[in-house]
Design a protein around this ligand. Structure first.
Ligand SMILES: Nc1ncnc2c1ncn2[C@@H]1O[C@H](COP(=O)(O)OP(=O)(O)OP(=O)(O)O)[C@@H](O)[C@H]1O
Ligand SMILES: [Mg+2]
Length: 332
């Protein structure tokens, strides 16, 4: 008796939550035989877990494996198809850009880290999860329209600067304010991860998280427990104080924090070549020290030369993002 025989025996079973056979939905994700213990190991994807469909299927699988095929035991892992097939189950690294305060450059940094990773030949996507102040499409000079949907009903992500992008802004009309809470936010976040037809070979997903801590941070933690957080602050005390708070909140959720980026650190005065510390000094180092992580970069104040929000490598800031991306790659 081998795994092929087992497959033939079980693939005609019907997943009642979709009304289709396991064969039709390619639901059998793994069949293994633990011969030492005479146990069959199955991973099955169904339409909806936690209901009658799951219970009935489990009963039928156990019957086939134990009674019809004569194994001593069965180990089953039944998961929802959309979750099994989602990017969260692939070999993708999630970089979550967080900050305490708004307006510190979180979105600019998220997009530019993504872009620098892309320039290092990585396959990159951006999830703009900042439901309250979504600005990724603006930085990437994208036009606002609803994304298309593919034959399987999955949302097709948009492309900009060679990256796949999904943003809350694609789903709201005009300038209407977003007033989503709790359950709706949760659904939105879930959709970004489970209902989008992401490229199958993504290396990195960079997430622009909303400032502060709240429902979305919790949702993100649940959806991507392996996320790596970067905390953004400015040198200003007011920003670093809240950044530390956000960092600790993130730590309490067991997010791995990989470093701090200080933005708007200084201004290169072209007249005398002096660095002018417009917002003071020390915020980034303080946050890094408090959280026990590295200060990854200090980014000066400068507008991008070539694009509205993207810095290229012939610019000082573009070089800094390039270094951050290289650090992320090596860190793996
Ligand atoms: N290093 C920088 N030099 C000059 N301008 C910058 C720099 N970083 C960000 N900015 C500008 O500051 C503004 C705020 O940046 P951004 O939108 O990235 O911040 P944010 O933290 O995401 O803000 P929000 O809380 O609104 O989402 C933008 O106009 C951006 O172009
Ligand atoms: Mg933003």
């Amino acid at each position: 008796m081998n795994t092929k025989d087992i497959r033939t025996k079980i693939e005609e079973l019907v997943d009642e939550s979709t009304g289709k056979t396991l064969k039709e939905t390619s639901a059998i994700k793994h069949i293994g035989i633990d011969s030492e213990n005479d146990v069959v190991v199955l991973v099955i994807a169904i339409g909806k877990t936690g209901g009658k469909a799951e219970n009935n299927l489990k009963r039928q699988l156990a019957k086939i494996v134990k009674i019809d095929l004569g194994f001593s035991g069965i180990k089953m892992q039944i998961e929802e198809a959309r979750k099994i097939d989602s990017i969260t189950n692939r070999n993708v690294r999630f970089i979550i850009i967080e900050s305490g305060k708004g307006g510190v450059g979180k979105s600019t940094i998220a997009v530019n880290i993504a872009y620098a990773l892309k320039n290092l030949k990585q396959n990159v996507a951006i999830i703009d999860a900042d439901v309250y102040g979504s600005s990724v499409p603006r930085i990437l000079e994208m036009i606002q329209e609803y994304p298309k949907v593919n034959e399987q009903g999955k949302i097709i992500p948009k492309e900009a600067f060679g990256m796949q992008v999904i943003s809350t802004e694609f789903f709201i009309e005009g300038n209407k304010p977003v007033i989503w809470r709790g359950a709706m936010l949760n659904k939105m976040m879930n959709n970004f991860f489970y209902e989008v037809a992401w490229d199958k070979n993504l290396d990195f997903v960079v997430v622009d998280a909303p400032p502060g801590t709240g429902d979305v941070s919790l949702d993100l933690k649940n959806i991507i427990p392996t996320g790596e957080a970067i905390i953004v602050t400015t040198p200003h005390k007011a920003a670093s104080k809240v950044a530390i708070k956000a960092g600790f909140a993130s730590k309490s959720l067991n997010h791995q924090i990989i470093g701090v980026i200080e933005n708007m650190s200084y201004f290169n005065n072209p007249v005398n070549n002096n660095k002018e510390y417009v917002f003071g000094q020390g915020g980034g180092l303080e946050v890094a020290k408090e959280l026990g992580v590295e200060l990854l970069a200090q980014i000066p104040l400068a507008h991008p030369i070539h694009h509205s929000g993207i810095y290229e490598t012939d610019e000082e800031i573009g070089q800094i993002f390039d270094n951050i991306a290289s650090f992320l790659l090596i860190k793996e």
